[in-house]
Ligand binder design. Structure first.
Ligand SMILES: NC(=O)c1ccc[n+]([C@@H]2O[C@H](COP(=O)([O-])OP(=O)(O)OC[C@H]3O[C@@H](n4cnc5c(N)ncnc54)[C@H](O)[C@@H]3O)[C@@H](O)[C@H]2O)c1
Ligand SMILES: O=c1ccn([C@@H]2O[C@H](COP(=O)(O)OP(=O)(O)O[C@H]3O[C@H](CO)[C@@H](O)[C@H](O)[C@H]3O)[C@@H](O)[C@H]2O)c(=O)[nH]1
Length: 323
């Protein structure tokens, strides 16, 4: 297929692009480089530097589908300054589906998020049918796009899939997380192991969980990327589907810390701090729908996630490209 990947110079988009190229697809990446890196666009993809609002200049009827990763994704920033989040994540997606309609490009895979579920009342694994009640503009905008795509599929025959990622981590094929600022747990712990910073923070030790720290569902980015390839192949015209992407199991911050210490062999000192505003106690995916509809099964556990992310950090250190 001939594919457009928006945000393909970012973390998830670069890994998915690499996998799409491996599968024999032709890929054009559109990225404004506000958070991504031009050297993260895999060799073999065409690269256009530009904003998703201007996607009409890139798209033409020869494209078969779009994978849409471009967006802003700092939850705290979205609370402080919501305007850019609605502009990029919602307005940018509207511009994209309008251009797709104009050029007759009928399939879309979208990066949604577990943040649409907000702070769930129960700690049970979350199903797609559970109420969506986002607690910040980032999650609200992603949920708005899920609704936008449902209406677009009904009205204009788009075949779309919203993939609600839980916590993506790990690295694949030389591509990994290079966010600045970095807010995610595993790369922050690895910054300590690599000597870039002296200690990490544990955000909250008084949650109603077995060890008092928050529990999340960590999914290897390679497993996540595999789900995208499968979702793309299964886009049905006129239908919008929502699928959770998680491993189906959870680890606390302290359990992740123990894995990082074991795998890196570094003591990784941490300082216990207060809760980060808006963080729920437990977010774990029920992933049955993705398993059934995509024939997908995540196969890489926490140790592989940490080992691969660590390999990526070490590789960049050895090349002299990090920090
Ligand atoms: N990483 C996670 O754990 C996670 C979890 C849930 C959902 N998501 C979603 O997945 C997607 C990818 O996440 P990521 O971690 O790879 O983020 P990222 O920041 O690494 O990548 C996003 C890319 O989009 C680009 N971009 C931003 N605004 C743009 C615009 N207006 N036009 C064109 N390009 C633009 C950035 O330069 C960047 O390269 C995002 O939409 C994010 O909200 C990520
Ligand atoms: O230095 C750190 C960073 C994080 N945490 C904690 O670790 C857990 C995981 O945090 P993080 O890696 O930042 O992920 P989340 O806040 O769970 O959010 C991610 O996962 C969401 C879906 O679950 C996505 O919507 C977001 O984009 C993505 O950042 C949380 O309990 C944090 O409070 C720490 O204790 N110390």
């Amino acid at each position: 297929m001939k594919l457009l990947v928006t945000g393909g110079a970012g973390y998830v988009g670069s890994v998915v692009t690499a996998l799409l190229l491996e599968a024999g697809h032709e890929v054009t990446v559109l990225d404004v480089l506000s958070a991504g890196h031009s050297d993260a666009v895999p060799d073999g993809a065409s690269f256009v530097e530009g904003d998703v609002h201007g996607v009409g200049r890139v798209l033409d009827p020869s494209f078969d589908a779009v994978l849409h990763f471009a967006g802003r994704s700092l939850v705290g920033e979205s609370v402080q300054d919501p305007g850019p989040y609605w502009h990029t994540n919602v307005g940018g997606t509207l511009a994209l589906v309008e251009a797709m309609r104009e050029h007759g490009v009928g399939r879309l895979v979208f990066s949604s998020t577990a943040a649409v579920y907000g702070d769930p009342p129960s700690q049970a694994p979350l199903r797609e049918s559970d109420p969506a009640a986002p607690t910040n503009p980032y999650g609200a905008g992603k949920l708005a796009v899920d609704h936008l795509l449902a209406g677009w599929a009904r009205a204009h025959g788009l075949g779309a899939v919203s993939l609600r990622y839980f916590n993506v981590a790990g690295a694949h094929g030389g591509f990994g997380e290079r966010h600045d600022p970095e807010t995610h747990l595993i790369p922050n712990l690895l910054k300590v192991a690599s000597g870039e910073v002296e200690h990490a923070s544990v955000h909250g030790t008084d949650y109603p969980t077995p060890d008092g720290t928050a529990v999340r569902d960590y999914l290897h980015v390679r497993d996540l990327a595999d789900a995208h390839v499968r979702a793309l192949e299964r886009c049905v015209p006129g239908r919008h589907r929502v699928l959770n992407l998680g491993s189906g199991g959870g680890y606390s911050v302290r359990e992740v810390l123990a894995a990082v210490r074991r795998i890196t062999g570094h003591p990784v000192p941490v300082v216990d701090g207060p809760r980060r505003p808006g963080d729920p106690a437990v977010l774990v995916a029920a992933n049955d729908r993705a398993r059934e509809e995509l024939g997908w099964r995540p196969s890489r556990g926490l140790d592989t996630i940490v080992a691969d992310a660590w390999g990526f950090v070490r590789g960049r250190q050895e090349e002299g490209t990090a920090p």
